[in-house]
Design a protein around this ligand. Structure first.
Ligand SMILES: Cc1cc2nc3c(=O)[nH]c(=O)nc-3n(C[C@H](O)[C@H](O)[C@H](O)COP(=O)(O)OP(=O)(O)OC[C@H]3O[C@@H](n4cnc5c(N)ncnc54)[C@H](O)[C@@H]3O)c2cc1C
Length: 385
């Protein structure tokens, strides 16, 4: 089916990104993979290319685009090449909306130019060792000083994407205890400078996939956060998370669908080359049926992802619709990538083949940004259940 979601500008952007990946990423990707992270300098390159500034208003050094479609193109092109840009997706697709929506004029002037150039990389820290799905249960505290000039941050976060490289982290912390009526009350967001005394990065976590993304533990011991680095209003953090998680989930849905599409391409190329019992693997009816079934699932996921993207750009994507898109696209990707790996036989299990990396990278899509079970809870609630 002809897609209507992208226009000429998006396609021109796609060409630029595709050429950039071919020239700057593919030749060195194995080194990044072995090192377990992308080099810090790469983020400056992304800044120069203008990727970080697409949705930043012009007065702060960006291009002033309001559409999320350029990010969607990035998801498609990185998946197509079987590569990842490390923590940069979190920097743009997750952190930027908070800065734009809740930052004051003074904060935007202070933070956004460095955000755009890549001089300051951002991460977001919600999850704690004791709480992930149930964010209202977070224990990290930020206590306001008596004179009101600063907060004192104490606690720990885990699984933080981009946590090693980050220069500033949007930290969610309790500024007040929950009330009996509202467990979500009393959470606030802070933009914390990672060079602050008392701030430390713990282990860079060894993951099943997403090897080039630096996922880390963070610890805060009496970190002094200036009052002017509170993001938005005190105690309202949970509602800010609620407003921004749909975009995060849309991004994951899009990335997952794109990975599934890529898996079909990889598998199709492989089975046409590989000979077994004197015939190509592609010639077996089972292979044709498997790939046809996978393609049908990818087409359906693409339609859902495209529709959700349009709805998001129009400001109409609800939390339940974003959850539904994430649930559907990530579950499709899980099935499709597994079947495509199977068609590779033993080679599909070898990390030198992109399908193996895709298999490992994709697994987390059903977990982060809210698990599939949490997505089902959100959808069920919207159904009045
Ligand atoms: C690679 C990676 C990168 C990440 N990056 C970030 C990041 O940058 N920033 C950040 O803040 N977090 C990040 N996370 C954390 C991620 O969002 C959490 O792992 C996720 O929300 C799940 O939380 P949890 O791991 O604590 O699992 P738990 O909440 O302990 O869940 C365990 C199991 O219980 C199930 N469960 C939970 N609640 C319910 C329920 N109500 N009903 C039924 N089943 C339920 C879950 O679905 C899951 O199967 C990342 C995680 C990973 C793996």
């Amino acid at each position: 089916m002809r897609r209507t979601v992208f226009n000429e500008d998006h396609e021109a952007f796609r060409e630029t990104i595709r050429a950039f990946i071919e020239a700057e990423v593919v030749p060195v990707y194995d080194e990044w993979y072995a090192a377990g992270q992308v080099p810090r300098d790469f983020y400056y390159k992304l800044g120069e290319l203008g990727i970080f500034g697409i949705e930043v208003p012009e007065e702060y050094g960006g291009a002033g685009e309001e559409s999320f479609k350029y990010q969607a193109v990035l998801y498609e092109e990185t998946a197509r090449a079987g590569v990842s840009f490390g923590g940069s997706g979190v920097h743009v697709a997750l952190c930027l909306p908070y800065l734009l929506a809740y930052g004051t004029e003074e904060q935007k002037k202070r933070w956004l130019p460095d955000f755009v150039s890549g001089a300051a990389m951002y991460a977001i820290a919600m999850t704690e060792p004791g709480t992930g799905s149930d964010l209202a249960g977070m224990k990290t505290t930020a206590k306001r000083s008596e004179d009101g000039t600063h907060y004192v941050l104490n606690g720990a976060k885990t699984f933080i994407t981009g946590g090693v490289h980050a220069d500033r982290v949007i930290v969610c912390a309790r500024t007040a205890a929950p009330t009996p009526e509202d467990r979500r009350h009393g959470i606030s967001l802070f933009v914390v400078d990672t060079a602050s005394p008392g701030y430390s990065v713990g282990r860079k976590l060894d993951k099943l996939g997403l090897k080039t993304s630096d996922t880390a533990e963070l610890a805060f011991v009496d970190v002094k956060v200036p009052a002017e680095d509170l993001l938005g209003e005190e105690h309202k953090g949970f509602s800010y998370l609620g407003q921004n998680l749909p975009q995060e989930r849309l991004g994951i849905a899009f990335g997952a669908y794109a990975q599934a599409a890529s898996a079909v391409r990889f598998a199709k190329a492989y089975v046409q080359e590989r000979t077994v019992f004197g015939k190509t693997v592609a010639s077996f009816q089972n292979t044709k049926f498997e790939l046809a079934a996978c393609q049908a699932e990818v087409d359906a996921a693409q339609a859902v992802a495209d529709r959700a993207l349009e709805a998001h750009d129009l400001g109409e994507l609800t939390a339940a619709e974003a959850a539904s898109a994430k649930l559907f696209c990530t579950e499709v990707a899980h099935r499709v990538i597994d079947r495509c790996l199977q068609l590779h036989g033993g080679y599909g299990y070898m990390n030198e083949y992109p399908i193996a990396r895709l298999y490992a990278d994709n697994r987390v899509n059903r977990i982060y940004g809210g698990t599939s079970e949490v997505m089902k809870s959100i959808i069920a609630k919207s159904m009045g259940l």
